[in-house]
Design a protein around this ligand. Structure first.
Ligand code: SF4
Ligand code: SF4
Ligand code: SF4
Ligand code: FES
Length: 266
């Protein structure tokens, strides 16, 4: 506890509390989680299952941090801020754990491109020097260059080799829906799509399913998304951090502009 900052030194008279993240003093509302407090302060902690505005899920463990005086490496998205808290987001221990988590995650996700040093140089028509199959390449994925998983791997500065054997799920691409294409080989089971449909849209079209003992995503009725009550709002596609869910008619389009909104009907 000796490194814990002195609360009395800079606690404000307002309801906001103050904490220290990576040496920077920031203010946050009580009840906010560390990750959201960092985001609000313009700081970056990698995350994959969290999505600002939705409840924390705490599944991916990408957002782990060190809290001085605390035990272990808590997920910052499920750990509330407290006054005088000291958080370190980039110690060697934290970085190593994030890489281990990512290693595990991409053991079931195509990653021939993800851990290749040429990732920023390759175009769709280039010859792959690592003999990665076409279906496994980022450059042939509709989410390429707007993929949160890829951005996170870049941020982590992953090594070229992972410790785990690549286990391709080999699931068929679902292209029979009128609205989206679903490639569960790219799904990282963050459940953002399930949660946004439930929490934000008030629909329960999607659910976590069990396939051969592994969690994946499906419709709550097991039928088409239309039969499951889908309103075709596209929220699930918007929050998907990978190319697992893409809008059928615009899957190769890049966003022209982006808008932040709290309206659940936008
Ligand atoms: S989802 Fe992202 S990481 Fe996966 S293949 Fe597509 S661009 Fe690459
Ligand atoms: S598009 Fe359909 S499944 Fe997706 S969030 Fe909207 S209602 Fe739910
Ligand atoms: S489909 Fe996308 S949003 Fe849904 S669980 Fe998979 S990766 Fe996450
Ligand atoms: S973002 Fe915190 S556990 Fe996934």
């Amino acid at each position: 506890m000796e490194n814990r900052i002195n609360k009395g030194s800079y606690s404000s008279m307002s309801n906001q509390i103050e904490l220290n993240i990576d040496g920077q003093l920031i203010k946050a509302e009580p009840g906010t989680n560390i990750l959201q407090a960092a985001i609000d302060a313009g700081m970056y902690i990698p995350y994959l299952c969290y999505y600002p505005g939705m409840k924390s899920f705490g599944a991916c463990r990408m957002c782990v941090v060190e809290v001085e005086g605390g035990r272990g490496l808590p997920a910052s998205c499920t750990t509330p801020v407290s006054d005088g808290m000291v958080v370190n987001t980039n110690t060697d221990t934290v970085k190593d754990l994030r890489k281990d988590v990512m290693d595990l995650l991409i053991s079931e996700h195509p990653h021939g491109c993800l851990n290749c040093h040429r990732i920023d140089l390759c175009g769709p028509a280039d010859t792959c020097l690592r003999h990665v199959s076409v279906n496994d390449r980022c450059v042939t994925c509709p989410k390429n260059e707007r993929c949160e998983l890829k951005d996170t791997v870049r941020y982590l500065e992953m090594d070229l080799d992972t410790n785990f054997k690549y286990n391709y799920r080999n699931l068929p691409l679902k292209v029979d829906e009128p609205f989206w294409d679903m490639d569960l080989n790219l799904c990282i089971v963050c459940a953002r799509c399930v949660r946004v449909c439930d929490e934000v849209r008030g629909d329960n079209v999607l659910t976590l399913t069990d396939r051969a003992g592994k969690s994946l995503i499906g419709t709550s009725t097991g039928n088409s998304i239309l039969e499951s009550g889908c309103e075709f709002c596209g929220a699930c596609i918007d929050v998907c951090p990978t190319g697992a869910l893409v809008e059928k008619n615009h899957k190769w389009s890049k966003a022209a502009t982006t808008t932040s909104t709290v309206c659940s009907y936008c």
